[in-house]
Design a binder for this molecule. Structure first.
Ligand code: ADP
Length: 323
């Protein structure tokens, strides 16, 4: 399903009908998606769905079997590697090399001049408060510290497109917040970010656009707002003081439970736009403590599409449990 209502058509990356076989396993089946420039694009899907395969094809680490990819409106070519930054989930730094030396080396590989690289590194080392690490060997740093170094290595060359695979894994909440702020800052400066994660709360918070891959196929694609609107179920979550007797035939009480000294009900309207009518019925029967429409979370939508399970309550579980 495609819910793309982006009318500007300014896409930094356009993937059309891409497929990939590994021996006998088809890892990608006819996948098409377009990444709007300057946005944060969430690439979601359970383990084994084919996300990393797609990312490795975009970053030209592996070849696709079929389909077309354009970057900046031209066929993707090896020179584009300089403009595409990739933070893989499996971090790959040289353990024996010193941090500063290594970052300079990686920056040079991305085509940065030594002086320019030094200047940018100075800014990042101050920002992350990691100046004492310059002469340390990577193997002497904790996992979280290594993550920070790899993050710096990925963003240092200011790529136009940044692909981040689980960028928060291994970070404590404080450092995850620092990384999050940096991602938002890069977006403000015009960087396009593809963001692959299992953490639905970061999708809710950061992504403008989302695509979901399941079993090698893209099954959903659209702006966060359009997707959320299209999965609305017209269910209202209401806390009320007294029992509700009669709501007429446009509403159905799905469930009522006792909570402390009041009730919590989930009520479904037969169509959208009936919230005032529902309130009118309720006000005549009970005191209303709270009233809200249940907008599905990305966790709900993800679970529904991947497992077929629907719910009108908030799903709390991490999606990994559903793989
Ligand atoms: P995801 O990133 O969504 O978890 P991957 O793209 O890593 O998924 O993997 C998709 C499928 O392809 C999985 O079933 C995985 O086992 C398989 N796969 C990935 N890489 C290889 C490979 N090099 N050789 C064979 N099978 C692979």
């Amino acid at each position: 399903m495609s819910l793309d209502k982006n009318s500007t058509n300014d896409f930094i990356l356009d993937v059309q009908h891409v497929s990939k076989m590994y021996a006998t396993h088809q890892a990608l089946k006819d996948v098409s998606l377009s990444v709007p420039r300057g946005q944060i694009f969430g690439l979601l899907g359970p383990n084994g769905a084919g996300k990393s395969t797609l990312i490795r094809i975009i970053t030209q680490i592996i070849r696709r079997d079929g389909g077309e990819i354009s970057f900046n409106n031209k066929p993707l070519n090896p020179n584009d590697a300089e403009n595409i930054g990739y933070l893989p989930e499996e971090r790959g730094l040289y353990k024996k090399m010193k941090v500063g030396e290594q970052l300079l080396y990686l920056a040079r590989l991305k085509g940065l001049h030594k002086n320019e690289a030094m200047e940018r590194l100075k800014i990042w080392f101050e920002k992350f408060d990691i100046k004492p690490w310059w002469n340390k060997k990577v193997e002497d740093l904790s996992k979280g510290m290594q993550q920070k170094i790899q993050f710096v290595a990925t963003v240092l060359s200011k790529p136009a497109l940044l692909i981040l695979d689980e960028p928060f894994s291994g970070f404590d909440p404080i450092n995850a917040n620092i990384i999050k702020d940096e991602i938002l800052e890069m977006k403000r400066n015009g960087t396009t970010i593809i963001f692959s994660t299992h953490r639905m709360e970061s999708v809710e918070e950061l992504c403008d656009h989302v695509a979901l891959i399941n079993k090698s196929e893209k099954i959903l694609d659209g702006s966060k707002k359009d997707i959320k609107n299209s999965y609305k179920t017209n269910v209202y979550q209401i806390e009320h003081a007294k029992n509700i007797e009669n709501l007429g035939d446009k509403f159905e009480v799905l469930e009522t439970e006792n909570v402390d000294d009041h009730f919590l009900s989930y009520i479904q309207a037969k169509q959208s736009g009936l919230s005032n009518e529902l309130l009118h019925h309720l006000i005549n029967q009970t005191e209303i403590i709270s009233f809200q429409e249940r907008i599905p979370s990305f966790n709900d939508i993800f679970i529904m599409l991947v497992t077929g399970k629907t719910t009108y309550k908030n799903t709390q579980q991490e999606v990994q449990h559903y793989e």
